[in-house]
Design a protein around this ligand. Structure first.
Ligand code: PLP
Length: 316
């Protein structure tokens, strides 16, 4: 339908196809545990809160536009190259930058039909068309992703583990896929929940960037690191891709306290280990209880569960 408002007439057609992302925020006061956004149940250590308080008096100055200390902390913690990291206002920011840089009108972006809802939003915003690869039994299917590749494909997005299905792609399959996918296509592995995975055959893909320069890994501080409110995430890729993302990002896209808190939380090994153990314990417990109640529960490698109600026959 043509827009009659003159100043909206030339809006990218894709924007009209976007359904606004509804966040998991629940306004009801009496809520015991909010599970809809896969946040961590833990508050950050008190010493980090104190450090943040001290920093607040510098609010009149812009933060470091290059997130230098944060990049150093990430590089050290993950044993990766600092010059190949880009930081963002949440990993959402990095995902948007990727679309902004690499997709355009008349191009296609592949994502999963049971995947993170933000990928089609940023795809449409860039003018491109999302192409959905079907999951197989609610797991990301590399085979189906490959079958959807066309001459117009610019980007492939998938989360590993996948939200909301909790499935993972193991390292062997990942390497095989990266070898087979044409090198002109940007492959984005969104590792928002990678820290929760304990399967030894899993890889977060960071070490694969060296071999596959068209690969971008995105990570977040919003989940296991308990910093969702501060909005901080990062991307790792080849120097050429990072230079492009660095050019188009907002000049001060990560705020002062986010940079500080994120670089400090990375050093809190005990805090992270506790979160992993807690997640395994309660995920298993809830899974068992739900199964006993007759629910079908899909195996999850993240901090969430996909559950099918007993009375639903066709869930797909
Ligand atoms: C798969 C996936 N990627 C990215 C994000 C966004 O994370 P951030 O808070 O870093 O923007 C989420 C948040 O739910 C997610 O589930």
């Amino acid at each position: 339908m043509k827009n009659k408002i003159p100043y909206l007439k030339d809006i990218k057609p894709g924007i009209n196809k976007i359904e606004k992302y509804i966040s998991g925020e629940i306004k009801k006061k009496k809520i015991e545990a909010k599970l809809s956004s896969n946040e961590s149940p833990f508050e950050i250590p008190k010493k980090i809160i104190h450090a943040i308080f001290k920093e607040l008096r510098f609010s009149n100055k812009y933060p470091d536009g290059d997130s230098d200390i944060l990049k150093s902390s990430i590089a050290k913690r993950f044993k990766i190259k600092k010059s190949q990291i880009v930081c963002g206002n949440g990993s959402d920011d990095i995902l948007s930058l990727i679309c902004l840089a690499f997709s355009r009108e008349d191009s296609e972006v592949i994502c999963s039909n049971n995947g993170f809802l933000f990928y089609p939003i940023i795809t449409y915003s860039s003018g491109a068309k999302p192409i959905y690869a079907e999951t197989e039994n609610f797991s990301i299917s590399i085979k189906n992703i490959k079958e959807r590749i066309s001459k117009k494909t610019k980007i492939i997005f998938f989360a590993n583990p996948n939200n909301p299905t909790g499935s993972i792609i193991l390292r062997k399959e990942l390497v095989k896929a990266l070898k087979e996918i044409p090198k002109n296509i940007i492959v984005v592995i969104d590792g928002a929940y990678a820290e929760y995975v304990i399967d030894k055959e899993f890889s977060d893909g960071l070490d694969l960037v060296k071999k596959f320069p068209n690969l971008i890994i995105t990570r977040t501080f919003s989940k296991i690191y308990s910093l969702a409110a501060f909005r901080v995430g990062w991307g790792y890729s080849s120097p050429e891709i990072i230079q492009i993302l660095e050019k188009i990002r907002g000049p001060f896209n990560v705020n002062l306290v986010a940079q500080l808190a994120a670089s400090k939380i990375l050093k809190e090994k005990k805090f992270i280990d506790k979160a992993i153990k807690h997640n395994i314990k309660y995920r298993n417990m809830i899974e068992e209880k739900l199964k006993k109640m007759g629910f079908l529960v899909f195996k999850s490698h993240g901090n969430f569960l996909l559950v099918k109600k007993p009375f639903e026959n066709n869930f797909n």
